[in-house]
Design a protein around this ligand. Structure first.
Ligand SMILES: [Zn+2]
Length: 375
């Protein structure tokens, strides 16, 4: 198992290096990898595998072991002690508007981190491949995440595996369980079970999905590929009443122009806050372990902060109602680690502290709240 895991890590690393997209396959493991692991290791509770998704056989047990809602778990929420720069610092609430949901065994950890970070809520992108989990189980699991977090985690369903009809039925029978569709990945992450690559976001099947999103009053979260700006504009023009929420460096350069033109455009500035100087990737997606992450961010903290201010401050202040904070954690178990949470929180609060005081709370949590507000 250990060898198998090392092999998987190595494979992910290789695909990462080969891929031109800075946010690579590592974000979410392939269903195939998980299935293979599960078949070989049905009884194991090893948690170090890069498991984004729960596996079918055992989760019911884990779910029922969770403590009742509203006091999810004993969670040490001692306030964070700053370690780094002495700059102004934002101390108010946060809203993590970009999380990839872990499997059931890590949900408590995530909720605990959110509490520590004073995150009022989170948007959780949720996905469960139908080939490994029947629809009914997936929906029950989603409902338990909602309960266990006392409604704090607002789930977006990743629509890739479902037909339009199924998505429609889910909303009819489980109204309120999901709040949006996404993350819809159009860039190449080397994982066809997760990405729509090389399709274009304005193909008819997606236009139909956006219409359904409009009917449901859902937000649509898209991570476009390079060169898809025209297609995105087409989507925005055709769906003026649907809120579209983007992220990713592929669209980063175009986002202000899109916001200037379309009032329904939102964007999350998340893991990119830990972009490594002299590289194009961020520490969360370039590191393979929590230790490596801690060492990179600790070493480059001030440089990252400076780069964030020069990359984003003017943009956020130009469109103070459209940018949201987030982490983009998910995919690897270590992404939910306490040290990752603590360091990224400090970096984020130091960054928010550099923004115009009039926009700090908007970026930190208020814009995410209005993004989810129904019309
Ligand atoms: Zn993401």
């Amino acid at each position: 198992m250990r060898n198998k895991f090392l092999l998987t890590v190595l494979l992910v690393a290789v695909i990462f290096i080969v891929s031109c997209a800075p946010k690579p396959v590592g974000e979410i493991p392939t269903a195939e990898e998980e299935q293979i692991e599960e078949q070989e290791q049905p009884q194991t509770t090893e948690i170090s595998k890069p498991a984004e998704k729960p596996v079918t056989q055992e989760p019911a047990q884990e779910v029922t072991e969770q403590p009742p809602q509203s006091s999810p778990l004993p969670c040490d929420i001692a306030p964070l002690q700053r370690q780094f720069s002495n700059t102004p610092y934002y101390t108010g609430p946060l809203f993590d508007a970009h999380v990839h949901m872990p499997g059931p065994s890590d949900v408590k950890k995530l909720i605990c981190n959110l509490d520590k970070e004073k995150a009022k809520a989170a948007i959780g992108f949720y996905w469960s491949p139908p080939q490994s989990q029947p629809l009914g189980e997936m929906l029950a699991e989603a409902a338990s995440i909602k309960n266990d977090s006392s409604g704090k985690i607002r789930l977006f369903l990743m629509p890739k595996s479902y037909s339009l009809k199924t998505l429609e039925d889910i909303e009819t029978t489980h109204k309120g369980l999901f709040t949006g569709y996404g993350e819809m990945a159009f860039y190449n992450r080397g994982d066809p079970s997760q990405s729509y690559y090389p399709q274009s976001p304005d193909e008819q099947q997606f236009l139909d999905l956006y219409v359904l999103a409009g009917k449901n009053n859902f937000v649509v979260m898209i991570h476009p590929d390079k060169g898809q700006q025209k297609a995105i504009e087409n989507v925005l023009q055709k769906n003026p009443h649907v809120k579209f929420y983007f992220h990713g460096d592929e669209i980063e350069g175009a986002i202000i122009g899109l916001m200037d033109k379309y009032p329904n455009v939102y964007y999350s500035i998340d893991a990119v806050l830990s972009r490594i100087p002299s590289s194009y990737g961020d520490a969360l997606h370039m590191s393979m372990t929590e230790e490596a992450y801690v060492s990179t961010v600790s070493q480059d903290f001030d440089a990252m902060l400076q780069a964030d201010v020069s990359a984003w401050k003017t943009k956020i202040e130009k469109h103070p109602d459209r940018f949201t904070w987030g982490t983009d954690r998910g995919g690897f178990t270590w992404h939910y680690g306490e040290e990752v949470s603590r360091l990224f929180e400090e970096l984020s609060r130091a960054f928010i502290g550099q923004l115009d005081p009039a926009v700090q709370e908007k970026y930190a949590y208020k814009n995410a709240e209005s993004l989810l507000q129904k019309r």
